[in-house]
Design a protein around this ligand. Structure first.
Ligand code: ATP
Ligand code: MG
Length: 413
């Protein structure tokens, strides 16, 4: 059973409103076993709506249309659907009476507006709208079903939940879709692709790459004849890919890196203090988003100037003079300084050039030193991150958190 979605609206085509109706429908339909094959968006144009509907009906058994059901002149979906399906329009007496009762005494509700709202294609079954005026409807057209829904998300969702889910659950030939996200940090998309290489995916499993500023998310979607079958295929494939990518996967359940690191710190009863220069408090922000982090996080110091690095973290003036603030020596001194100041197990620091100015051949924009100090030593990393100032800060904070994760993986704390 294949599904197509048609969202209608000049505001969506024009980029003024994001099409959340199709993402909502795709997700909800997937949960109850219907995979969406195609989503099309057109403006408020009768011919475009009719053409898109005809094209979707050619290869889909179910078509959902949202938008353009209201009473204004730009709401022409019902006319276009009737014309594509070869149906005439009529006023539904029951709906007309309900709307008249709803708007009794409302001077804005002119009779012609109410008549327009009550006009439906011949043969349409109405789907009551529990939160608005425009009713949804379903048409059966040569063994295909067309659901026509209002564009306002809350109204569309209410009709979907109260009328359509039960309708769909009686249909045969359903596929069940399940999905899961493996989150990675530290590898580029092309490198992940190379490593995954010829690893066979489970039956009915598809893999999608979603690069973000913090890494690459791998979305696995499995379709099976039952929820259990899809979940089994998904689990098998997730385990294979996690096996190939090893520690580059920080979560096989879509968790944020900071939540994973916080969980590991709490589990290992390891305390942490952070000294940030170029990340400006971002690491502190990320960690303090995680509930329960107070058990492990002692402090986050933003030491931006050389003066602050010397005063707060006891970084030596000679180190700053000799090597500059963006250097492995200063990163190490910051991590050791904050660790000693706080008396924690670990000290984490960042110092770098976020850009866009301030770079040189020797120290380019995006150069960041990150250090993790621990009892008896300190690991210092040199990385050059790409992108805008904002991107460099996010990539640097992510990398710093990942260094803590690697430290905990190696030592258990
Ligand atoms: P109304 O009775 O309000 O006119 P309608 O069914 O005619 O409802 P539209 O006029 O197409 O729907 O859209 C109403 C509002 O709903 C739009 O201004 C827009 O903000 C929102 N909307 C429409 N389509 C979508 C969509 N696909 N995703 C998210 N929001 C949407
Ligand atoms: Mg409208």
């Amino acid at each position: 059973m294949t599904v197509g979605i048609l969202t209608v609206g000049d505001e969506i085509v024009g980029g003024h409103v994001a099409d959340t109706n199709s993402t909502y429908l795709t997700r909800q339909l997937g949960e109850i076993g219907f995979g969406v094959r195609r989503t099309v968006t057109v403006g408020d144009d009768g011919r475009h709506i009719a053409d898109a509907l005809a094209s979707l009906l050619a290869d889909c058994d179910l078509v959902f249309i949202t938008g353009g059901l209201g009473p204004t002149d730009d709401d022409i979906t019902k006319e276009a659907v009737a014309s594509a399906a070869g149906l005439s329009l009529r006023v539904d007496d029951g709906l007309l009476r309900r709307l008249e009762a709803r708007y009794a005494g409302d001077p804005r509700a002119r009779p012609e507006i109410i008549r327009r709202l009550a006009t439906v294609p011949e043969g349409a079954r109405l789907l009551e709208n529990p939160v608005g005026a425009a009713a949804g409807m379903v048409l059966v057209c040569e063994a295909k079903r067309i659901y026509v829904l209002p564009g306002v998300p809350a109204e569309m969702e209410a009709i979907f939940e109260t009328c359509i889910v039960a309708d769909l659950e009686s249909l045969p030939m359903r596929d069940f879709a399940r999905s899961r996200v493996l989150r990675t940090t530290g590898l580029r998309e092309s490198e992940i692709d190379r490593r995954i290489g010829a690893t066979p995916l489970g039956r009915g499993v598809r893999l999608g790459y979603l690069p973000t500023l913090t890494g690459v998310d791998l979305r696995l979607t499995a379709v099976g004849a039952s929820g259990n079958e899809a979940t089994a295929a998904l689990n098998e494939t997730a385990a294979k890919i996690a096996g190939v990518l090893g520690d580059f996967v920080h979560s096989d359940r879509g968790a944020d890196l900071e939540a994973v690191v916080a969980g590991m710190l709490i589990e290992a009863k390891t305390t942490l203090a952070v000294a940030e220069s170029c990340t400006g408090g971002l690491i502190g922000h990320l960690l303090t988003e995680v509930p329960g982090i107070s058990a492990c996080l002692d402090r986050c110091v933003v030491a931006y100037s050389n003066k602050a690095k010397m005063e707060v973290l006891s970084v030596g003036r000679d180190l700053l003079d000799r090597h500059g603030a963006v250097s492995p020596e200063v990163a190490e001194a910051m991590a050791c300084g904050v660790r000693e100041l706080a008396g924690t197990d670990l000290g984490l620091s960042t110092t770098g050039i976020a850009g866009p100015g301030g770079g040189s051949a020797e120290k380019p924009v995006g150069l960041v030193y990150t250090a993790v100090a621990y009892a008896g030593g300190c690991t210092v990393d040199r990385s050059v991150f790409r992108g805008t100032r904002h991107a460099v800060k996010i990539r640097a904070a992510t990398h710093a958190l990942d260094m803590v994760r690697y430290r905990l993986l190696r030592t258990g704390g």
